[in-house]
Design a protein around this ligand. Structure first.
Ligand code: CP
Length: 356
């Protein structure tokens, strides 16, 4: 297990990390989860350190898991509302006295704290695909401390680490685990691709037999698909893309259906900037909903996962979401998955922060 490749590094996407390094994140996350369960103090790990968190979007889990996690590690997570600071903006997108160039914000915060975490996708960058990721890369270019991606338009590596932690916790292995990430219907078309893209990267990197199911109009980034194919080959596992919703889940161990935007939502050159057309496309697939009947076709011990918040009664039935306390048979693990956000992110912060 390598421990020398973490300090000072950014956490932008799991594509930047090797399988061995991701296994180290998980190993540390499980150790920290055990310590949390035992109420064993570990507040020396990041004592008196500060994480600055800039949220351009809403959040329940991400904000609170980072805040609680930093408290447990002995540091402080400082919440920054971009509307209440001078909104960090890229050169050329500045507005006098209401924004501040990212290069200045990054360098100022680097002088005061130990890491900067950012969430940005969708409206703040007019849904330009890759625009939010570029903003984070600009932060990374100028910051002297690690940048942590709390979800951009391409990746949500914090969610993905918690996702694979949950799979490991429930099955003890990734080998021969059929991990199905699928699109599911939502009345809202404004959903980034970050969660599905990061989930399939993580699952394939660690060796799951990974399946991606979606209607033809909801394809994901070809670069992500290429990376998943390479991961599968490296692990002697499989990676498959299908347009068959119900068929995808047959024998699945991990059932992970959620909505993401159709390609048509994004402005050119990726899409056509057409929310109304996207809504019409979405409405063709209202039957892409997880139900108990479909769960019955999965592995008998399958787990239902969702990053949350879920669109109850659209993406998934209440019956599936709420089946959390059963001893035998398939079950929903959404609250374990949400809790694991905190343990996984504590591992990321402990390994990255605290000096080079
Ligand atoms: N899954 C997730 O990132 O949740 P929040 O949007 O509540 O942070």
């Amino acid at each position: 297990m390598r421990t020398d490749s973490f300090k000072g590094k950014d956490y932008m996407t799991l594509l930047d990390w090797t399988k061995e390094e991701v296994e180290t994140f998980l190993d540390v996350a499980f150790d920290l989860k055990r310590r949390f369960a035992m109420r064993e103090l570990h507040d020396h790990l990041l004592r008196a350190q500060t994480l600055f968190m800039i949220f351009y979007n809403q959040s329940l889990r991400t904000r609170n898991s980072f805040e609680a996690g930093m408290t447990q590690l002995g540091g402080h997570a400082h919440f920054l509302d971009p509307g209440k600071i001078y909104t960090p903006a890229l050169e050329g997108k500045e507005v006098a006295y209401s924004t501040e160039r990212v290069s200045d914000v990054a360098r100022v915060l680097s002088r005061m704290g130990d890491a900067i975490a950012i969430r940005c996708y969708g409206d703040p960058v007019d849904w330009e695909y890759g625009g939010a990721h570029a903003l984070m890369q600009e932060f990374a270019k100028w910051s002297d401390v690690p940048i942590i991606n709390m979800e951009c338009d391409k990746y949500h590596p914090c969610q993905a680490l918690a996702d694979v932690m949950t799979v490991k916790e429930k099955f003890g292995t990734f080998k021969d685990i059929k991990f199905v990430m699928s699109w599911a219907y939502s009345p809202s078309v404004h959903k980034p691709r970050a969660v599905p893209q990061s989930a399939i990267i993580a699952a394939s990197l660690l060796g799951c037999d990974t399946v991606l199911a979606h209607p033809p109009e909801m394809e994901l980034d070809p670069e992500v698909i290429k990376a998943c194919e390479a991961n599968a080959e490296m692990n002697d596992a499989s990676f498959e893309v299908t347009n068959d919703f119900e068929g995808a889940f047959k024998g699945a161990h991990v059932v992970y259906p959620k909505a993401w935007a159709a390609t048509s939502l994004y402005p050119p050159p990726v899409g056509t900037n057409s929310p109304k057309k996207t809504q019409r496309i979405f409405d063709k697939y209202k039957d892409w909903k997880m139900t108990a009947d479909i769960m019955d076709t999965a592995d008998s011990e399958a787990i239902y996962m969702h990053c949350l918040p879920a669109d109850r009664a659209y993406e998934v039935s209440n019956e599936v979401m709420d089946r959390t306390d059963v001893k035998k048979g398939w079950k929903s693990v959404i609250y374990d998955q949400a809790e694991n956000r905190m343990h996984a992110q504590k591992a990321v912060m402990s390994l990255l922060m605290g000096g080079k």
